[in-house]
Design a protein around this ligand. Structure first.
Ligand SMILES: [Zn+2]
Length: 246
């Protein structure tokens, strides 16, 4: 019997990055904190397989907008809409425009819900639902990217991304919130205007302004990482909307 020296491992050339605007993330947090119980919503996913400025291999999955279907909410679960009510959701959102409705169905692969104050670990019901989504998409000719997102009121999240084109599923890939604020002038001010008083050891607990900043998982252009899981991705996303500078 051949015996492997190490467990099965997959290394992929594809490096997924999920992005969302600060506005959408704030809206999600607002919804999750205001909703009396668990709440469910859908978002759109736009895939960029050759993002500008990014080294080869990076694929950006930009999640945007929030669509809230009519739903019955509980403390520990929320009823996922059946095919018909989901169809109604996209039809309503498209305002009767059939072409737009089809576009929303194709892009609306982000299935999201809250766990209120509870851990964001997928429940058995969540796993079952996710398996059904897999099965449904696998049968289609037009296979589109799917996301399962679970968040709670403490801004914790679980994000599972399945790209049927690549044939891979990732759990908690780098998730970048696109902050529209340009903080680089503050970095410059900290570097050039702030110095530590001689003999003041109390400041030692703060990150050193001389070396600390470059180690933060923040890319230039105001993009910051939202979570502890995100390694620095090292390039600026240009797929996101950006307010005009005053
Ligand atoms: Zn759940």
């Amino acid at each position: 019997m051949p015996t492997p020296k190490a467990p099965f491992n997959v290394r992929s050339d594809v490096r997924p990055v999920v992005t969302m605007s600060q506005k959408n993330w704030d809206e999600i947090m607002y919804l999750v904190r205001k909703a009396p119980k668990e709440v469910l919503w859908y978002s759109l996913i736009d895939v960029d397989r050759s993002p500008a400025n990014a080294p080869p291999g990076f694929v950006v999955y930009h999640v945007s907008e929030i669509f809230i279907p009519k739903q019955r909410c509980g403390n520990k679960e929320v009823e996922t809409p059946d095919g018909q009510s989901l169809n109604d959701l996209w039809q309503d959102a498209a305002g009767g425009d059939q072409k737009k409705a089809v576009d929303l169905v194709n892009r609306g692969g982000c299935w999201a819900h809250s766990h209120v104050e509870m851990p964001v670990t997928p429940s058995d019901q969540d796993k079952k639902q996710w398996a059904e989504i897999h099965e449904g998409v696998s049968k289609k000719n037009n296979k589109t990217v799917q996301i399962m997102m679970i968040v709670n009121r403490n801004e914790e999240y679980t994000l599972v991304l399945w790209d049927p084109i690549v044939g891979l599923e990732w759990e908690n890939p780098p998730f970048v919130i696109d902050s529209p604020w340009d903080m680089s002038w503050i970095d410059t001010a900290i570097k050039t205007k702030l110095s530590i008083m001689k003999g003041d050891s109390s400041s030692l607990v703060t990150p050193s302004t001389a070396t600390g900043l470059s180690n933060l998982p923040v890319t230039s252009g105001g993009h910051s990482s939202s979570g502890g899981n995100s390694e620095p991705v090292g390039f600026v996303f240009t797929t996101l909307e950006r307010p005009a500078r005053a």
